[in-house]
Design a protein around this ligand. Sequence first.
Ligand SMILES: *Cc1c(COP(=O)(O)O)cnc(C)c1O
Length: 395
Amino acid sequence: MSSWDLKTKLVQHRARHLYRSVRARLNAQGTTTRYQEQDYVSFCSNNYLGLANHPDLIQALQKGAEDFGVGSASSHLINGHSHAHHELEEALADYTERPRALLFSTGYMANLGVLTALLGKQDVVFSDRLNHASIVDAVQLSGAAVKRYAHAQVEHLMQRMFDVDYQRALIVSDGLFSMDGDLAPLPELVKVAKVQDAWIMIDDAHGMGVVGENGKGTLSHYGMGIDDVPILMGTFGKAFGSFGAFVAGSDELIETLVQFARTYIYTTALPPSIAAASHMSLKIAQKESWRRERLQTLITYFRKCAAQLDLPLMPSNTPIQPLMVGESENAVALSKALLDKGIEVTAIRPPSVPRHSARLRITLSAEHTQAQVDRLLNALEALRSHFPKHDNALL
Ligand SMILES: *Cc1c(COP(=O)(O)O)cnc(C)c1O
C-alpha cells in the first residue's frame, strides 16, 4: 500500500462539490461553444471585447510566425527577444503612459516575478482579501509578511497598517476584481499609500481593454498615473483575446525586474507570433470603442432584466455579472440546469472565491446578441426559485 492515497482526497473533493473537470471545445472561442455532445450559448469566457477570434489577430499571428518562426528558443536575455517583442513593449509603454514595459509569458508569472523581485522577509504586503490566486502565491513566495484586508475596505486597510511596524510596505490589489466584477477603490487606496509612504501595485488583468478612456483600464477610469500607482500589471489573455502579460513602470522598476525577476529570467520568451497578435489586439481594443459601448449596452440591459427577475446580482457595472448562489452544491446544480437549456456558465467555487460564496460567474462579450442575452435571462427566470433569497435594495 502506498501512503500516497490520492483517491481518498479526490473522493472527498467530489463529495464537497468542489470537483472540476475540463472539456474540449471544438470551435474557436466566441459566444457559442461546441462540444462533442452539443452547442451552447456561452457566458463564461473573458473574451469581453470579442477579439479572441478576430481575423486581424489571426493574420498578425500568421505573419509573426512567417517572420520569426514558432519558438523563441531561448529566454529574453539569451537571444529569445525578437523585434516583435520589442515593438509590443514600446506600444505598451505608450498605452500605459509609462517609461517602460516588460513582457512576461503569463499574468501568473508576471505577479510571481514582480513580487519576488521586489519583496523580502523584511517587507510587509497589504493585500485585498479577494485578490487573484497568483498574487496570493507570489506574496507567499516572496517571504514578505502578508496582511490581508477586507475586500475594498480602506478603513480596514488603514487599521492594519497602523497595527504593524514596517520599513517598506506594498499595497497590492486587483484593479477590476475577477470574480466580483467591481473596481478597487483606487483613489482611496492611493491616498492611504501616500500618507503611509507605501507603494501600490495594481493587477489590471480584467480592467484593461474594458474600462477607462479607450479601454486603458482601471487607472485611466480614475485618472491615476504612474505617480499614484508605480507598478501596473496587465494581461493579454482576457479582453485583448491573445496571450501573455506585462508590467509597466519606471525605468528603474523595469531594470530591477530584468535583473531579478526569476519568472522573466529563467523561462523561454513568449512566441514572437503571440507578441505580434497581442500588438494587433492592443491597437484594435483602443481604436474600436464601439466594442466597449456595445458591452455597456448589454451590461445595462442584463442588469435591468435580472433585477426585474429578482436575481441575486452583485454591485458590478462591468462585463463580469456574477449571480451569488452561496453553496457549491447549488452552484453546480444551477450550472448543470443551464447546460441542459443550452447555456454555458461555469459554477465558480472555493478556493476561487471564499467559502459559502459560490456563484454563477456570468460574463458578457461585445459579440453577444440581445437575443442570446434574452435566452440566458429566460433560462434564469425558469430557475429563479433555485437562487437564494436576497435584497436587491442593497445594490
Ligand atoms: C487571469 C488573471 C491573472 C493571470 O493571468 P494569466 O495570463 O492568465 O496567467 C492574474 N491576475 C488576475 C487578476 C487575473 O484575473
